[in-house]
Design a protein around this ligand. Structure first.
Ligand code: DGL
Length: 274
């Protein structure tokens, strides 16, 4: 059976990554799943994020996916390794789950002249320390500073990005990051929701500091992965078919997803809880 590529996020943020993937590889079939009913994941325990992500992964496998992208830093930081090491061997040797942190860590050192980068992410991503650990494998000389932004995803999920309160919160978190080192010249938006706040973020950045968002990095990395893994690539459906699923209200998802994805979409409700 021709398998769609599964794309998963806690909610809407993964759509920013999916948009780039679809633009780069429009020929493939895709299923997007947003666990909006349980978003945000950012403040949740390791056990909860692992449990929710595993439910999503199993559901996507049941839909025929063989390859799943966790388009969510929090799930990539807190659940991916356990799923890869513990669950995938039981679920089928031909199945793959990839995240967004490693492809970003592989490339981030190329962006910074001062060899000093800042990472903005959810509390879960930052406290897991996954970014400093992964970046150190590729760029041991790079200085990495981090700042958790626990209110940013709720702001975005509640469509409050253009409110003045959002502006003040973004400014406060950016100042906390930059206070850690004068040498930061590059800031990674280490949460797939954050490109939706990009305008506000840029407003509060001093000149000379640039931001990186992950969408194109992850899309390029997936394309490269598929060119190296023909056994997986050959099983992917190639009819350009896309299906969207949400664990919450479909009308809300359809309206909000349009802002994130750029074009109008129709979603189907699904219950993935076991
Ligand atoms: N898009 C998810 C991420 O990249 C958001 C996590 C959340 O639900 O808090 O981390």
């Amino acid at each position: 059976m021709a398998a769609p590529i599964g794309i998963f996020d806690s909610g809407y943020g993964g759509l920013t990554v999916f948009k780039a993937i679809k633009e780069k590889m429009p020929e493939y079939d895709y299923i997007y799943l947003g666990d909006n009913a349980r978003a945000p994941y950012g403040d949740r325990s390791f056990e909860a994020v692992y449990h929710f992500t595993l439910e999503a992964v199993k559901w996507l496998f049941d839909q025929g996916c063989q390859l799943i992208i966790l388009a969510c830093n929090t799930a990539s930081a807190k659940a991916l390794k356990t799923i890869q090491m513990h669950d995938l061997p039981l679920l089928g040797s031909e199945k793959r789950v990839l995240g967004v942190i490693r492809p970003t860590a592989e490339i981030i050192g190329q962006y910074s002249d001062s060899k000093t980068v800042g990472i903005l992410g959810t509390k879960g991503t930052i406290l897991s320390n996954t970014y400093p650990i992964e970046i150190n494998k590729f760029y041991p000389e790079l200085n990495v500073y981090q700042q958790a932004c626990p209110l940013w995803v709720p702001i975005i999920e509640h469509k409050m990005a253009d409110k003045k309160e959002a502006d003040a919160i973004v400014q406060m978190d950016i100042e906390s990051l930059l206070a850690q080192s004068k040498n930061i010249d590059t800031i990674l938006l280490g949460c797939t929701h954050y490109p939706l706040l990009e305008e506000t973020i840029k407003k509060h950045l001093p000149e000379g500091i640039s931001t990186i968002s992950q969408a194109d990095i992850v899309a390029d990395s997936l394309q490269d992965y598929l060119s190296r893994h023909k056994d997986i690539e050959q099983n992917i459906g190639k009819n350009g078919h896309i299906a969207f699923y949400t664990t919450d209200n479909t009308e809300d998802f359809n309206t909000n997803a349009q802002t994130f994805f750029g074009s109008s979409i129709q979603s189907t409700h699904v219950d993935i809880q076991h």
